[in-house]
Design a protein around this ligand. Structure first.
Ligand code: GAF
Length: 385
């Protein structure tokens, strides 16, 4: 992670004022994919890749946004934010958060915001959520306002849905805002209740980047969500109590699956069984039943790849190549799909050799050197003052 005192110093140098500094982490999802917007279960952990946000007030009516990653500074009129639209630029994320806060009735003040992040972009580790949540905490500090964390996560999700234009669920913003060091979180996306499960110290989170870019905005993610919702509408036409696939069963699919498109039937089968797997996974992790943890991850990957068709050749290979390596407990593609990273739960004592071996096997097969990170579950967003 970036040196916070250097980040703070650079902000002061650029904007001439001492900033308040905030951090928000990315996440890795252990299991429960494309279940959040179906009001189901997910089991993510915040990780030690994060976004930093430094903020200080200004007196010229402007919002100055500076990205250290892009080396770019942009200025906007604070009073114009409520009428602004997304422009497919990195500033959409912080502006989206500001726009949602304006819609909540906050008078948006002038401020300078510096941003820096090390969550790998487009890799399914929620760089967007980290950016939104860090921005939200920073802007709320100049507004002298606070929100309970679940509400803060909802505001950031709305920034992404309503301003950026991506139809994501609540998982990423929620875990970024509420993560807990050394724990994974079983989150019920219906009522946002959650339970923290310790990740045993002898288990490492090894994240392997296929280097195939993933995106939630537009494209396949949106198509999958529509297919899931179409399946739900068929079941709801027979059982009006079913509002989301969370309420549906495999039995429903057996009865009314023939009224759905072949795609919707498969997507729904993934979501319904993934919800069951996620709850079972949490119990297995809590009991220390690592055979069951690994079995459920393997089943989840097969379902994600074959029923949900959200994997790719590279991710399937990354999971396959991990299978025979010493120390592996379980492996699957994590995040929104169509590229990005696999999550490998690995015995801590084997993690380094596992990472090296997986990297060279993958490079041998695809001619691409993958980034492989041994991560730790970290705390959620917070002030660093
Ligand atoms: C992306 C989305 F942003 C999440 O809301 C979730 O749907 C995930 O893909 C798939 O589980 O990260």
């Amino acid at each position: 992670m970036h040196d916070v005192s250097i980040f703070r110093f650079k902000h002061k140098q650029r904007f001439g004022a001492e900033p308040a500094v905030f951090v928000a982490p990315g996440r890795v999802n252990l299991i429960g994919e494309h279940t959040d917007y179906a009001e189901g279960f997910v089991m993510p952990a915040a990780i030690d890749f994060a976004t930093l946000a430094a903020i200080s007030p200004r007196s010229d009516g402007k919002i100055a946004l500076y990205s250290e990653n892009y080396g770019e500074e942009r200025h906007f009129d604070a009073s114009a934010v409520p009428t602004m639209k997304a422009s497919k630029h990195w500033t959409d994320y912080p502006l989206g958060v500001v726009s949602i806060l304006a819609g909540e009735g906050h008078a948006i003040p002038a401020f300078s915001l510096s941003l820096w992040g090390d969550v790998p972009l487009g890799s399914g580790l929620s760089s967007s959520a980290a950016l939104e949540v860090a921005t939200a905490l920073a802007v709320l500090s100049v507004l002298n306002a606070t929100y309970p964390r679940p509400q803060l996560a909802r505001l950031c999700q709305r920034a992404e849905n309503e301003f950026v234009g991506s139809s994501c669920g609540i998982m990423d913003q929620f875990i970024s805002a509420n993560g807990s060091k050394d724990h994974a979180m079983l989150l019920d996306c219906r009522d946002l209740s959650f339970r923290l499960a310790p990740i045993p110290p002898d288990i490492a989170l090894v994240i392997a980047n296929t280097m195939v870019k993933h995106s939630v905005t537009g494209g396949d993610y949106t198509t999958r969500r529509a297919e899931v919702e179409a399946a739900c509408a068929v079941i709801a036409s027979h059982r009006p109590g079913v509002q989301f696939l969370r309420d549906a069963t495999v039995d429903d699919l057996e009865r009314w699956g023939n009224e759905m498109s072949a795609e919707s039937l498969k997507r729904a089968h993934h979501v319904i069984t993934e919800n069951l797997r996620t709850v079972s996974f949490a119990k297995a992790l809590e009991k220390g039943d690592m055979n069951e943890v690994g079995r459920l991850m393997a089943e989840a990957h097969t379902s994600y790849s074959q029923d949900f068709e959200a994997s790719c050749v590279e991710a399937d290979a990354m999971v396959e190549l991990a299978q025979d390596l010493p120390g592996l407990i379980g492996a699957r593609l994590t995040g929104g799909g169509f590229g990005g990273c696999t999550i490998n739960l690995v015995e801590q004592s084997q993690a380094t050799t596992f990472a090296q071996a997986l990297g060279s096997l993958y490079a041998g097969q695809f001619g691409i050197v993958p980034q492989i990170h041994i991560c730790h579950a970290s705390d959620g967003a917070r002030a660093l003052n």
